[in-house]
Design a protein around this ligand. Structure first.
Ligand code: GLN
Length: 486
């Protein structure tokens, strides 16, 4: 087995037994990145010197007997996480030359554990998109079929894990941006409960929805990563002071007697037959393992996409006001006055999708329309939350598809924003409700494309969905299949 094929826990074993050094692991990953990057394009910035320096420091810690499970593990980060001294673009031309003066808390926490930084990963511009095509730094291709999108907005994160260019990665999820790319690339991706992970130093898209989470090769790695980044942070007042359980220790409990809800609104007739087939097989597997299924309803599901595109764009229009060529971001070369300078800097710096969202959000917040759009959307959001609270009285977790279809073709939806928005129909309600959910590999389409399964948990129910996911992983082999790139 090649070093780049190993999971976090496998590589940790190798490092502990001194069969591999962290420097060797870092070199293997950097070579792998070089070899497959021309086909995949997961990275915006690769940091080889930094990786080798981090790895040398990790080897010293391992030698001194001071290593944790993440010491010496090569990771990569979506380019939305501030990394001190290392360019951070958020996939936008407007931040083309931005070098942050400080780092995101989740990166700091991982750094303290001794991880190795391989680089910064491609993403949709400001995390707005479902295909990675809105990045100002070119498309990322799906490692399973390079004519297809990897999903978005954490498309680089999912592609890098699937192409074995990083042992694991971090992404963010505002409406599905961890789970949907994880599903399309055949990895494990978890969006934690709102407030579980600090967003300090994470570039804001829609602040009432954004969450940070891991993309990994298997469920054990996901539990390890979540445990490392979760917890209260005085730097982010929305991070909640709830104790962080030992997620890894919770994995093995099994699903006997577990009540799994099947929301009828998520099993629609338009579902791709390959996705439906994988869902049916997964339900069968869970039945065999002793879980019980309960038919449930989340009656306001139909309104979720519209509600999300009012709230997310409203918050984005406010968050993105700071890129004005003065406080942050690209400044135009020549402008006759201050107002022209703002307008031109923003016109030159932002891409088409970001501009569309700023316009939609500004409109929804404008006086005269505020009550009809923004306030109405907030009310519907409450109804959607109540749907989840009520349904969770009868079930422990929910099982649904992640996306209505497997990965679509590059270019297929770029000119039809509504079609693109609808690809997140099954992931968006979870962000509106503020609860946790994950995507795990659950099969392949007839064309060999990965299909993910979504497990939705109660607020702060990460242990329970991880346990449910682990039982499935133990009983199946989907997560062991590898994308063949070279
Ligand atoms: N695709 C959704 C959007 O474009 C979700 C993105 C995300 O979760 N960051 O807003």
């Amino acid at each position: 087995m090649d070093i780049f094929d190993l999971t976090i826990h496998e590589l940790h074993d190798e490092l502990m037994h001194r069969r591999i050094s962290s420097v060797e692991a870092a070199r293997a990953m950097l070579e792998r990145i070089k070899a497959v990057e021309p086909q995949v394009g997961s990275f915006i910035t690769v940091t080889p010197e930094r990786a080798l320096a981090d790895a040398a420091a990790a080897d010293l810690r391992i030698g001194a007997g001071d290593a944790g499970v993440l010491t010496g593990i090569p990771l990569a980060f979506k380019d939305i996480f501030l990394t001190e001294g290392i360019r951070t673009t958020c996939g936008s031309r407007i931040l083309n030359n931005f070098i942050p003066p400080y780092s995101a808390t989740c990166y700091e926490k991982l750094k303290e554990q001794g991880v190795v930084l391989l680089g910064k990963l491609n993403q949709d511009e400001f995390a707005m998109g479902s295909s990675n095509e809105s990045s100002a730094f070119g498309v990322t291709r799906n490692p399973w079929d390079t004519t297809r999108i990897p999903g978005g907005s954490s498309g680089g994160s999912a592609a890098a894990v699937a192409a074995r260019q990083a042992t694991a990665a971090l992404g963010t999820d505002t409406g599905g941006s961890i789970r949907q790319p994880a599903s399309h690339c055949g990895c494990v991706g978890l969006k934690p409960t709102y407030g579980r992970v600090s967003r300090y130093g994470v570039i804001a898209y829609a602040s009432s929805l954004d969450q940070v989470g891991p993309l990994t090769r298997d469920v054990t790695d996901c539990a390890i990563m979540l445990g490392a980044i979760a917890g209260h942070d005085p730097g982010d007042s929305t991070s909640v002071n709830v104790p962080v359980p030992n997620y890894r220790a919770a994995l093995a409990g099994g699903v006997k007697g577990l009540r799994i809800g099947l929301p009828k609104e998520y099993f629609i007739s338009g579902l791709d037959p390959d996705v439906q087939k994988s869902m049916d097989a997964a339900i069968e597997t869970y039945r065999r393992l002793g879980a019980e299924f309960v038919d449930i309803s989340l009656p306001h599901t139909d309104y979720a996409v519209a509600t999300y595109y009012l709230i997310a764009t409203a918050e984005a229009s406010s968050n993105l006001a700071r890129y004005d060529g003065v406080r942050f971001g690209h400044r135009t070369e020549a402008a006759p006055g201050l107002l022209d300078m703002y307008t031109r800097s923003r016109s030159e710096g932002f891409g088409a999708e970001v501009k569309r969202r700023i316009m939609l959000g500004t409109y929804a917040l404008s006086s005269g329309y505020y009550d009809a759009y923004y306030v109405k959307a907030q009310k519907v959001r409450t109804l959607i939350m109540q749907d989840f609270t009520a349904a969770f009285e009868a079930v422990d977790v929910m099982l649904t598809p992640v996306a209505p279809t497997p990965a679509f073709k590059i270019g297929e939806k770029v000119n039809d924003p509504l079609q693109m928005y609808l690809s997140d129909i099954f992931t968006i309600p979870v962000n509106l409700a503020g609860t946790c959910a994950m995507s795990i590999p659950a099969g392949f389409s007839a064309h060999g494309l990965p299909v993910g399964l979504q497990l939705i948990g109660k607020p702060f129910g990460e242990e329970s969905i991880l346990q449910t996911a682990y039982a499935f992983e133990q009983a199946t082999e989907w997560h062991l299949r590898k994308a063949v790139i070279l």
